[in-house]
Design a protein around this ligand. Structure first.
Ligand SMILES: [Zn+2]
Length: 87
């Protein structure tokens, strides 16, 4: 029997590592770690759109453009994610 194929996309929650505030809900593809967020895949944005945590003010990402698409490059250690596949 064929195993159920997992959809290679999931919604994850991205939280501030400092104060645990929910920052984004994000539709992530692939199984690797979170390095960057494509803006078009951010499902819900709980920030003020300034790439800072609305609670503690910590900057958690930098804006970049990759192949003409805006991305938020995550600063490692500033966020943690929930909903990623487990090891
Ligand atoms: Zn915070």
């Amino acid at each position: 029997m064929a195993s159920r194929n997992r959809v290679d996309r999931r919604t994850i929650a991205i939280h501030c590592a400092g104060c645990r505030t929910l920052l984004y809900k994000y539709l992530k593809g692939g199984r690797g770690g979170l390095v960057k967020c494509f803006v078009e895949r951010i499902v819900s944005d709980f920030t003020r759109g300034d790439l800072k945590c609305p609670e503690c003010g910590q900057t958690f990402a930098r804006e970049r453009v990759i192949s003409g698409r805006p991305v938020h490059k995550i600063i490692q250690g500033k966020v943690y994610t929930r909903g990623m596949s487990r090891k």
